[in-house]
Design a protein around this ligand. Sequence first.
Ligand SMILES: [Zn+2]
Length: 318
Amino acid sequence: MTICRRLSALAAALALFAPPARAQRAASPLPAIDSASLWNTLGALSADSMQGRRMGTAGNAAARTLLVQRLTRAGLVPLAPGFVQSFAVTGRDTTVKQGVNVLAMVRGADTSRALVISAHYDHLGVRDGQVFNGTDDNASGTAAVLAIAEFYARHPPLHTMLFAFWDGEESGLRGARAFVAAPPLPLARVAALVNLDMVARLDKNELYAAGASPYPFFRPLLEATAAVSPVKLLLGHDTDDQGKSNNWINQSDQGAFHAVGVPFVYFGVEDHPDYHRATDDFGRVDAARYIAAVRTIADFVRRLDQSLDATVPARPVK
Ligand SMILES: [Zn+2]
């Protein structure tokens, strides 16, 4: 957002999410995302070679190359030439930087409205010689959205899904704002946004979903998701009741969509001691909890897709 448990944990996670026997399948209704690939992607995006993925840097471009290669291999439809939407960002010192979103699509049986599933892939870069790897913020959401995109490429959804990887979030939601300013499809056809930002550090096994206060029609779906989730899925952080800083609506890319009236659900964890520090590293992530969080989010996406017409009203866009 703006403003290791090592190999044993990995082995446990992989065993936990190995293809279930027939008898277990009914008891484990969560979507079968590729958890080993998810974990490997998190490690790759967190590597020092990505140099903290700051907008306009070679490390940021390397992360983008990884995304484009994987989306191409999975057979997703580019929403822009080469999957990329470029936009200019003028800094306070009037220098102009180029930001680049990565945008892909899987067509649904019903193409009248679309879901946008998103995460920002940029982070803070290198400061005073230290690489800010940004594993939780937001390699975690980026790897998750990629895994969900690859899942839906294999299992086409009912409704068209757009998968968006935003650049420039750390500079003020720049990529999401650029998308909203020049959307590849009319925003009235975007039924809802599901945004992920910081979904790896479930230090208390808690994951938050924000959005049900301004958009209460999401609440039953979120409660149904929470009921079968292996993590504690909590609703909140979408009002000023606990003070403005605890209202996350404008603290990540969903703010750009909320501003034009697109309903959203945002998934993320509360701040932790490594937030926006050079210690936000891969080695501090509990693999089993991260994978469980991503499967929970994928379960919500599936429920939303399957019940979209009964859940989310069509609307005029501001
Ligand atoms: Zn973030």
